[in-house]
Structure formats: structure tokens, C-alpha cells
Design a protein around this ligand. Structure first.
Ligand code: FMN
Length: 329
């Protein structure tokens, strides 16, 4: 099992972010944004599912509540070559609840088991699930254990737990990522009680030290918001977690990352894409370093009237040279 991943994040972990993230880490598991099974079955599949070969290893996160439709979505996604499929049983947004998927699925463990079974029947690749500790109505550790046992009976072996309950009424999705308290100990206990299952923890992991601390207890760690706000964090994972020092040997710096994104940007713009699709994932590249603010300013607001390929270089020039050239890996 891959011991560290970047969380699925709607509007954030799109293919442009993932291509950029791969400049910083080759080994970390990446996830798509959540895609509904209905969109895969009825929508523009190429637009929703296509990805760059560099993005491997990549998990497709699906959301839905109809076993047949989820199985069909997996079947239709197979030719795209995803490395695994993940079911979203943890997202608390109202839109998602209206569709009866995401976190509200936790109220119906047998249904979630059927969904996972259906997905497994459509692929030989691993099928995994991302969920919460529980819901407001089922907040106890024992509730989660029973939920996990019901799902594990289908043969699913990998569980990602966002270490909080979800509050479906009264809290926004954003509040649901900070208001219910973190319960890391319950996730550690799950691994102790079910050592044969692979357990990944998620929730407020912000540093390499946090990753390493959790890995003392668990099989894997999922990084969410910090991977977007401070993507340079990803550059230390290959060496420290995987013992893979290739990027370090190549002398990874923020300047090199920016240079590597220029051909990608040119190609995208030549096919009618917007430079902002590339700039948004890159906004945090200098987080915490001198020049972070001017870099962000250079990539947002009114952009200077330059050809797209020169815009990145222009923003980079506003950052002190020594920061551009700092070693990252
Ligand atoms: C902008 C945004 C979009 C998100 N979209 C999804 C999603 O599509 N699927 C999902 O399972 N979780 C989604 N999440 C939740 C994250 O995957 C993760 O569980 C959560 O942010 C907690 O991890 P963190 O504290 O490291 O950020 C989203 C979070 C954010 C901030």
C-alpha cells in the first residue's frame, strides 16, 4: 500500500494540479476530485476522466448511491487506466446529501457494502473507501468499527478515515473540516483492532513530521488542504517516506518546477485552455518563503499583457533569486 497520498479535493485536485504535484513527488498516491457515477455514465467522459500519464499512481474517486450505476462508471473508467477506485462516503455537502451520497451513506452500512461490491465486480484494481469516524447520530468508536466490519466483509481492504464525525445539519462542508474535533486515537485503535486491514488517516496533516508521526501507528497518511496551500511539502515525501531520492539527485528547486510547467502551459493554451487553470494550483508554491506574496500577486488578479509562456517567468522574477534556487527535496 502506498503510505502517503494527496486527498481528493473538488475544484482543487484537478488534472492541472496533479500534473504540477508530480513535479514535486513521483511516488505519492494522487486522487481525482470526486466525480459522480451519473456524470461518468451520462456526461463527457473524456473531459471528466482523461489524465496525463505522469499522474500515476492515481485513484479515481467516485460518488453515488446506485450499485449498478457505480459498477457501470467503473467499467467505463477502466480504459483510462486508473490504478484504483475510491468510494466517497465522507463528504458532507448539502448538494451531495441531496444525491444521497458522500457522508450520509454512513447511515446505511449495508448499502455502502453493496456499492463497494458492485464496484469490485467491475474491476480487478483495488477498490477503497474514504469515510468519517461517523455521523452525529453514530459518533462512537464502536459505530465506526461496525461500519468498517460491514464493508470489509465485501473484500475491501483499504480504508481512509477522516478523523472526525460529519455533522450533516447545521455545519457547512468547510466547518465540517474544522469544527468536529479530531479523533486520531480512534483511527489508531481501528488499526490495532483490525490489523489485517490497511488504514489511512486524514485530517489536518500539515508537515512531514505529522506524516512520520502517524506512520508509526498506521499504514498510510492522506494530506488534504496543506498539499494545496503549501505544495513544496510534497517534495520531501519521496525521499523521507519512500527512500526515493531521484528528484533530490536532479536538484529539485522551485525555479525548476516553474520551468517544467512552462511547456505544459504553452500546450494547454495552444489548445484553448486558460493560463489560470495552471496558475491556481501553483499559487502556494512559495508559501512561507520571502516573495510568496508577490508570486501570488503575479499569478492572480489582472495578468500583465504577455504571451502565456512568459507569464510564469514574469511572476518568478518577483521572487528573490536565492529562494527560487533553494533545494526542495
Ligand atoms: C476544497 C476541498 C474540496 C474537497 N473535495 C473533496 C472531495 O471531492 N472528496 C472527498 O472525499 N473529500 C473532499 N474534501 C475533503 C478532503 O479530502 C479532506 O478529507 C479534508 O480536507 C481533511 O483533510 P485536511 O485536513 O488534510 O485538509 C475536500 C476538501 C477541500 C478543502
Amino acid at each position: 500500500m502506498i503510505p502517503v497520498s494527496v486527498a481528493p479535493m473538488l475544484d482543487w485536485t484537478n488534472r492541472h494540479y496533479r500534473y504540477f504535484a508530480r513535479r514535486l513527488t513521483r511516488r505519492t498516491l494522487l486522487y481525482t476530485e470526486m466525480v459522480t457515477s451519473a456524470a461518468v455514465v451520462h456526461g463527457n467522459r473524456e473531459g471528466l476522466l482523461a489524465f496525463h500519464p505522469d499522474e500515476h499512481p492515481l485513484s479515481l474517486q467516485l460518488a453515488g448511491d446506485d450499485p449498478d450505476e457505480l459498477a457501470r462508471a467503473v467499467e467505463l473508467a477502466e480504459p483510462f487506466g486508473y490504478d484504483e477506485y475510491n468510494l466517497n462516503a465522507g463528504c458532507p455537502s448539502e448538494r451531495v446529501q441531496k444525491g444521497n451520497f458522500g457522508a450520509c451513506l454512513m447511515a446505511d452500512p449495508p448499502l455502502v457494502a453493496r456499492l463497494l461490491q458492485a464496484m469490485r465486480s467491475a474491476t480487478d484494481k483495488p477498490v477503497t473507501v474514504k469515510h468519517r469516524i461517523g455521523l452525529e447520530e453514530t459518533p462512537r468508536y464502536e459505530d465506526m468499527l461496525s461500519f468498517v466490519d460491514t464493508l470489509a466483509a465485501t473484500g475491501v481492504r483499504r480504508f481512509t478515515v477522516h478523523a472526525r464525525i460529519a455533522v450533516l445539519r447545521g455545519l457547512s462542508p468547510k466547518q465540517n473540516r474544522s469544527v468536529p474535533p479530531l479523533r486520531y486515537d480512534d483511527v489508531y485503535r481501528l488499526k490495532e483492532d483490525r490489523p489485517h486491514l490497511k488504514i489511512e488517516i486524514n485530517g489536518q496533516v500539515r508537515s512531514l513530521q505529522d506524516v512520520q508521526d502517524h506512520l508509526k501507528h498506521l499504514d498510510a497518511v492522506m494530506i488534504g488542504r496543506a498539499a494545496f496551500a503549501d505544495p513544496a511539502l510534497l517534495a520531501r515525501l519521496d525521499g523521507a517516506v519512500f527512500g526515493d531520492f531521484r528528484l533530490q539527485a536532479e536538484g529539485l528547486t522551485r525555479e525548476k518546477v516553474v520551468e517544467q510547467m512552462i511547456p505544459y502551459l504553452e500546450d494547454l493554451c495552444s489548445r484553448g485552455g486558460s493560463p489560470r487553470w495552471v496558475f491556481t494550483p501553483m499559487l502556494g508554491l512559495f508559501a512561507g518563503r520571502p516573495g510568496a506574496r508577490s508570486w501570488k500577486r503575479g499569478l492572480s488578479g489582472a495578468l500583465p499583457d504577455l504571451p502565456p509562456e512568459q507569464l510564469l517567468g514574469h511572476a518568478l522574477a518577483s521572487v528573490p533569486r536565492d529562494v527560487q534556487k533553494e533545494s526542495l527535496a
